[in-house]
Write a new protein. Structure first.
Length: 186
């Protein structure tokens, strides 16, 4: 393991982790809101925001899938060292990280009728993240919100599967937004 793998986690673990947890949970509770986060310095091509999400939500009990866009030795080693999360194929993942084009969406678990919570959460790295584009409505949104999504139809279909379906984080640099399966997209 190279020296840079040992670095890049939360510098002030209790403080950074609590701020990160609040930001990540608030993003999921308020779909479409964009938050800035910090405290992590993961290796490229992983963004700061994606690193913060992984450090906050992943541990040795949360298998992660890395799409081809992010499956590098440095990223694998960083995740293993800082979270202890096992790296798995898409079908066994609780979390996945990659670009929209590289994530094999049909391969991820959407849960089962008995266990809808056994679905995957995808961390999608984007080139831009803004409050423009698709219209969002549903729990956590007062009237409506806007979010730049890579496409609309898949998210519309995903919402119809509730209580099954995938949950999403979108990350760009130090910014993140979330789109839970309960959100309707128009």
């Amino acid at each position: 393991m190279q020296g840079q793998v040992l670095e890049g986690g939360f510098a002030d673990l209790p403080v950074d982790a609590s701020y990160a947890f609040r930001a990540v949970m608030t993003a999921m509770a308020r779909p479409g809101d964009i938050a800035s986060v910090g405290g992590a310095q993961p290796p490229g091509p992983m963004s700061v925001a994606a690193g913060v999400v992984l450090l906050t939500l992943c541990d040795p009990e949360t298998p992660i899938h890395l799409a081809a866009s992010h499956d590098t030795p440095q990223v694998r080693d960083w995740i293993t060292f800082h979270t202890g999360a096992p790296l798995v194929a898409a079908g066994g993942a609780m979390f996945a990280l990659g670009s929209w084009q590289a994530l094999p969406l049909p391969d991820f678990s959407i849960g089962t009728a008995q266990y809808p919570d056994r679905s995957a959460t995808l961390i999608v790295e984007t080139a831009q993240l803004s409050n423009t584009g698709a219209t969002l409505c549903g729990p956590g949104i007062k009237d409506q919100a806007l979010l730049s999504l890579p496409e609309i139809r898949l998210f519309q279909t995903n919402a119809t599967l509730f209580p099954l379906g995938l949950d999403f984080f979108f990350t760009c640099g130090d910014r993140l937004a979330a789109l839970p399966r309960t959100t309707r997209v128009g």
